[in-house]
Design a protein around this ligand. Sequence first.
Ligand SMILES: *Cc1c(COP(=O)(O)O)cnc(C)c1O
Length: 432
Amino acid sequence: MNYGAFFDRAIEGLKSEQRYRIFANLERDARRFPYAIWRPDGPGTQPREVAIWCSNDYLTMGGHDMVIDAVVDAARRHGAGAGGTRNISGTHHPIVELEVELADLHGKESALAFTSGWISNLASISTIAQLLPNCLIISDALNHNSMIEGVRRSGCEKILFRHNDMEHLEELLNTAGPDRAKLVVFESLYSMDGDIAPVAKIAELAKKYNAMTYVDEVHAVGMYGPRGGGICEREGVMDQIDVIEGTLAKGFGTLGGYIAASSNIIDAVRSFAPSFIFTTTLPPTVAAGACAAVRHLKASQTERARHQRQAALTKHALSAAGLPVMDNESHIVPLMVGDADLCKKASDLLLERHSIYIQPINYPTVAVGTERLRITPTPRHTDEQIGELVEALVDVWQTLKLPFTSAAIVPLRRPALGVDQCTYPEMKRAAE
Ligand SMILES: *Cc1c(COP(=O)(O)O)cnc(C)c1O
């Protein structure tokens, strides 16, 4: 048997479906974000400066002086590693402090940190559902892969409700009946379309039909709510959701994931989840950095306000130039291409001709026919850089003969939005 041939064939299959992923070799510069050094592959290529427009370090907290100082200080004091699983090596002080901050952020009794957001979903959803007798998991159809893996791993019966469709959710809850154990799993902010779930309605339905709720706030923590507690904080429903899951790697700029919930739920996950028990915990450096970011964003509105402003401005400018930006109520700026090959070509052209890095988003991350460039402006992208981005995209659209749309066809929710007239609640609050 030629084992190698199987791997070659698997990769060829991906390539023929335009699904083969190439990772750009980027050297980020904490001081000079969004600029980074790109090292292209291949003979005769030279490293080049590029501007990054698709980072999930949404608020650039990863490059914040206070976060960097906390990481360096923790490394000097405690060393580089955690020394083992919490079971074996005990639990280090920076992670205890971090969990206290996270529980407080969400108004919960306790929190538990994991090595990633992906692992926190896998561990928590599977463990919670497994401990409940004959649990039915009711899951939004567009949930992230980590939640799907958690649902699968639980081995419980699952049923999907149509994305953000409250009538469908109610129908499923009603059919299951009030007596059966039910866990509703959903995201507060979906990262590809940037749409926001009706979290208050979900909480209300769950209460009516006696179901537990589990929300993934990965794309909202740090960025929404008066203290960065996410969409549930903004909507005033954190206390009505049983389990809030978040990441430390996006809005908080470091690494790791967590859940916040009542003490008994946290104790159960801590005690029963193999993907928590049998793996080395986050090192003190990361815990200290994340803790600094969480603390800072609880008090400061500056980053949130500027983030919303730059995202709104980017949408406005793209739309005004006739580029097919998808409207939504969040910081995510999806620019629709609708074809895998053209999406890749647009991304390549942006990088090679304009030194702008935006990863193409193709199937299976999004549905076939909805391929896009997903733009994530940060507080550190200037108005001038937004202008440069729009010019570059117009050139790419013309070169590839991609369709322009009139600004009137894709209306922005805030059509007359001027640079200083953003109407997002975070901005209002910041201005007060
Ligand atoms: C990125 C992501 C995760 C995983 O978080 P990591 O900390 O990157 O592992 C979980 N849920 C959603 C919705 C995500 O987009």
